[in-house]
Design a protein around this ligand. Structure first.
Ligand code: PEP
Ligand code: MN
Length: 348
């Protein structure tokens, strides 16, 4: 249950709610979300005290939320969350295209890639400067220098930049150079990091942990939301299964499921989900057809020379192919989306 107070609420009135809840020994957490003060009750049981609170004129509404994730649920917020990053909207009608190299390798490399993907219609530029690698002997990223290069390239080609942060210190270090902080699959349950990014004013691209179920994924989003940051973009990037012929298994099912249960946008990353460049295009198109709010793909001019994830990186011709295919599919996909939306409103 969530008790939402009116924005005109006075300190004294909020304190009264707090005291009543404490007195009745109800577990709760106070949050500011969407500029509104609210109390999230851990139980959804209606009691004399919640009945009483509901009668106060400074209470805007009380929402009963069955799901364990509260602020990220559709029960709490029926309408889709749209996230504005510069002039790009994520979670709007148009699926967003995010592309760039796995790692920023040099100033020249990121400019070459940025120019190419921008000219083909990418909206957001990606590039890792801190890399979570399985082996300590693999390339670890070039750090803040590389962040400056990608930031300049992004500004020049009018694309906001997304880059991964791996620890709390990276937030301040990369703050001026990155428009969207990426939390990688390996850090999806790094709760201290989630709390800290929840206190920032930057959108967060939250990747699904490779063994995380739906509940764990949305609970991680919840960690960010309940610190006050409403701008979470979920990303399906494949999970570990018994399948051995691809790096991971792309979970197509999760896209319509998330769209049903949550108002947060969800994008797809077929590069990490498959680990194979020849699978990236068909799987991206499948994800978009299932209703994803966008896609992220790794692109490199010479994938065999890439410092990381070369096998799954698209070369420029393959990236162009994907954009061409998406142009063919986009019309029908958007019409289906519009029709479903209309039907939902008619049923509601
Ligand atoms: C990446 O985006 O390069 C990356 C490491 O992603 P993930 O966390 O999904 O493995
Ligand atoms: Mn990668």
């Amino acid at each position: 249950m969530v008790i939402i107070l009116k924005d005109t609420v006075r300190k004294k009135e909020a304190s009264l709610v707090r005291e009543l809840l404490l007195e009745s020994q109800l577990d709760f957490r106070e949050v500011y979300f969407n500029k509104e003060k609210m109390f999230i009750l851990f139980s959804s049981k209606v009691s004399a005290v919640t009945e009483r609170i509901s009668s106060f004129n400074f209470v805007k509404r009380i929402v009963d939320i069955k799901q364990p994730f509260k602020l990220s649920s559709r029960e709490f917020k029926p309408e889709d969350t749209r996230i504005n990053v510069g002039s790009v909207v994520i979670g709007g009608v148009e699926p967003v295209i995010i592309s760039g190299p796995c790692s920023v390798e040099s100033e020249k490399q990121i400019w070459e890639i940025a120019a190419e993907v921008a000219s083909k219609g990418a909206h957001v530029l990606r590039g890792g400067v801190y890399k979570p690698r399985t082996s300590p002997y693999s390339f670890q990223g070039l750090g803040v220098e590389a962040a400056k290069w990608i930031s300049e390239a992004g500004k020049y080609f009018k694309m906001p930049v997304v880059s991964e942060i791996m620890e709390i210190n990276d937030i301040a270090e990369l703050y001026d150079y990155v428009d969207i902080f990426q939390i990688g699959a390996r850090n999806m349950q790094n709760f201290k990091l989630l709390k800290e990014v929840g206190k920032t004013d930057k959108p967060i691209l939250l990747k699904r942990g490779n063994s995380a179920n739906l509940n764990e994924f949305l609970m991680s989003a919840e960690y960010i939301l309940c610190e006050g940051n409403e701008n979470v973009i979920l990303c399906e990037r494949g999970i570990r299964t018994f399948v051995e012929y691809t790096r991971n298994t792309f979970d197509l099912n999760i896209i319509p499921t998330v769209k049903k249960l949550s108002h947060l946008p969800i994008i797809i990353d077929a590069s990490h989900a498959t680990g194979k460049c020849e699978l990236v295009n068909p799987i991206t198109l499948a994800g978009l057809t299932a209703g994803a709010d966008g896609f992220i793909v790794e692109v490199h001019p010479r994938p065999h020379e890439a410092f990381s994830d070369g096998e799954q990186s698209l070369n420029f011709a393959q990236f162009r192919g994907l954009i061409e295919d998406w142009k063919v599919l986009k019309g029908p996909v958007l019409s289906i989306k519009k029709r479903n939306h209309l039907n939902k409103n008619l049923v509601a």
